[in-house]
Structure formats: C-alpha cells, structure tokens
Design a protein around this ligand. Structure first.
Ligand SMILES: Nc1ncnc2c1ncn2[C@@H]1O[C@H](COP(=O)(O)OP(=O)(O)OP(=O)(O)O)[C@@H](O)[C@H]1O
Length: 324
C-alpha cells in the first residue's frame, strides 16, 4: 500500500493536473494506494504526522511507503511530520517550480516515469538529513508553525540565512511566480526577486563556528547557504560536489564582496564557478553554528518560518530513505 501526498498547489496549481495524469497508471496497474491532498500551508506536516504515528504505532513491523507529489517545499513539510525515519520510505515525484533536489539527483521531468521508478525500486537510497535549530534568542516573525518545543526544522536540500532566505520569503508570496510558472518561466521568479533583494540587502556581521572549534568572522556577509545537495533557488549550484550521503554539510558563504561584483558572480553560480570571486568561500562541517549581528530570515528547502540571529545546523547521516 502506498500513501500518496499531493500538493495540488505546487508549480502554481499544476500539481493537481499532474496527479490526474498519473492516477490512471496506479489504477491500471492495480496498485493499492490512498491519496491525501494538502489544503494549505503546513497541512502536509499534520497529514504525515497523523499517518506515521497511527500506522507505525499499530504495527511494529510496518514500513510506511509515502509518495510525495510536489516541490522541494512539499518534501520539506513531509520531513517535519515523520515520527520514525527508520520505518518510512519516501518516493518523490517532483512537480515544483525549482525542484533543486530532483536536479541534483538527475531525476527526469516526466511524472509517470518517476512513478514507475518508485514502484519498481527494490532498495531505498539513504540520504543525509539536515537539522536546523533556532537558538533561544530566535524571534518569530512569521505566521508559520514550527516545533515550538525544540525550535527545530529538518531539511533535505539546504538551509540559508540572509539574502537567499529573503528571496525565498518574497517568492513564496509572489503573484509574479504564478504568472511565470504558467508560461514555463518559473526560474525567472527567483532571478528577478534576487536582483531586487540584492539592492535592498544590508551587509551584516556574522560568526561561523565549524564543528565546535574553527571560527570564521565575516564583518560583512550577504548570505550563508548550508547544503546537503548541490543546488538551491532553482538551479544555483552553490555547492558543487556536495555529496548527499557523506555526513557533511557544504557551506557557501558570501561575504566581503561589492554588490556590483555579486551581480557578475551570481550568474556564474548556475555552473558552480562562483568561488573564483574573492569573498565567496566554501567550507564543510557536520555541525555549524551561526551568529549574526541582527535577526535575518532563515529558510529550509525554500520554506521560511522565522527570523533568527542564532542558528545551529547539524547533519544526520543517511537518515532519509528514498525510493529512487
Ligand atoms: N493546497 C495548498 N494551497 C496553497 N499552498 C499549499 C497547499 N498545499 C501546500 N501548500 C504550500 O506549498 C508550499 C510548497 O510548495 P512546493 O515548494 O512544493 O512547490 P513550488 O513552490 O511550486 O516549488 P518550488 O519550491 O520548487 O519553487 C508549502 O509552503 C506548502 O505549505
């Protein structure tokens, strides 16, 4: 039995249409499934939490096979609801507008081929899970829910603080994104918002601590992306060579570099060539602690919950099981 989570709103409403195209395949193959549609922001967390607690509790040998149809954000909400990662396997049909995880994995864009791949997968692929903790000083400035007990949020692609999260925050509310998605130019949303946010951005001081000992002080930084996969923001290859199963987080820190030069450097990030610019640095660590001089937006897989001036990021090696 497969439990299918569909985000009908992904890719500006095309998720529903994609589901209606692939549902007949399940019927034709007589595959047992139950489908659930998300009704709004963070509903997927509740759906998955209810499913995983009730089904896993009822039978100690039960393995929950989830198929997620949506973008990176849908997958992100799914992760927050999983109560026991050792007994949940995730099949993923990317239908988002940026699909950065699918890009890194080289998944094809054809939903029915992706469904077949999931149905005939014998062994799950184990991938690292990122975990972001907002420290006590965090200040909630958004209406989104998160785990208030632990102030924790998982991610499968990347988390970022500063400029990249401000871009995500604006893209989530953008009507422009819907229009561009409809004409197949969704990627342009991020590019145009990025240009605007770059003009608005103030450079702020940040201290990065890697694995509890190595400290890096950036007197002026724009953003820090901490990544499990290579891409974020719809194809920016901020961490070329990032390995999703090495137990390490790759970091792209953009610091002391003039704005005009960022305009030249950013496009080179589509091919991962941005490290040739002074002020853009790469690090790896399994634990990262970031302190900024003022609270800034933070995203996990493009989902923005709150601003914070103090976050800790850890990597839980090979914790997610994917049916790929
Ligand atoms: N029925 C719904 N209506 C509106 N928003 C929804 C609904 N269901 C889920 N969401 C929201 O959709 C967002 C996830 O969208 P997702 O990222 O998967 O697709 P996308 O925005 O098209 O793609 P991408 O992030 O790759 O650009 C989450 O913020 C989630 O809360």
């Amino acid at each position: 039995m497969y439990y299918i989570i569909v985000n009908p709103a992904s890719k500006s409403g095309q998720g529903a249409k994609i589901w209606s195209d692939i549902q007949p395949i399940l019927e034709q193959k007589e595959i047992e499934y139950k489908v659930f549609f998300s009704k709004g922001v963070e509903h997927i967390i509740k759906l998955v939490r209810d499913l995983s607690t009730s089904l896993l509790r009822a039978d100690s040998d039960f393995i929950l096979k989830l198929i997620v149809l949506g973008g990176d954000g849908t997958l992100n909400e799914t992760l927050q609801g999983i109560s026991d990662f050792t007994r949940v396997q995730i099949g993923y049909i990317p239908t988002g507008s940026s699909n950065d995880m699918a890009r890194d994995l080289g998944l094809c864009q054809n939903p029915s081929e992706n469904l077949e791949r999931i149905l005939y997968c014998n062994e799950p692929l184990f991938m690292d899970l990122g975990c972001l903790t907002y420290n006590q000083s965090a200040e909630q400035l958004s209406d989104r829910q998160f785990d208030k007990q632990t102030l924790k949020r998982y991610f499968s692609v990347s988390t970022g603080i500063g400029f990249d999260a401000a871009v995500c925050k604006e893209a989530l509310a953008s009507k422009f994104k819907n229009v561009l998605n409809k004409i197949g130019l969704g990627k342009l949303t991020y590019l145009s918002i990025a240009l605007k946010q770059l003009l608005l951005a103030r450079k702020i001081a940040c201290t990065i601590t890697l694995d509890d000992h190595k400290q890096i002080h950036l007197p002026k930084f724009l953003f820090i992306a901490s990544m499990i996969h290579q891409y974020e923001g719809g194809g920016f290859k901020f961490c070329p060579g990032a390995d999703f199963s090495d137990g390490q987080i790759d970091i792209c820190a953009v610091g002391n570099i003039p704005k005009w030069l960022i305009l030249i450097a950013l496009p080179t990030a589509f091919s991962g060539k941005h490290y040739r610019f002074e002020g853009i640095d790469h690090y790896t660590a399994s634990k990262i602690h970031l302190e900024t001089s003022v609270p800034l937006w933070v995203h996990t897989d493009g989902e923005v919950s709150m601003k914070s001036s103090s976050i800790t990021i850890t990597c839980e090696p090979k914790k997610i099981q994917f049916l790929l």
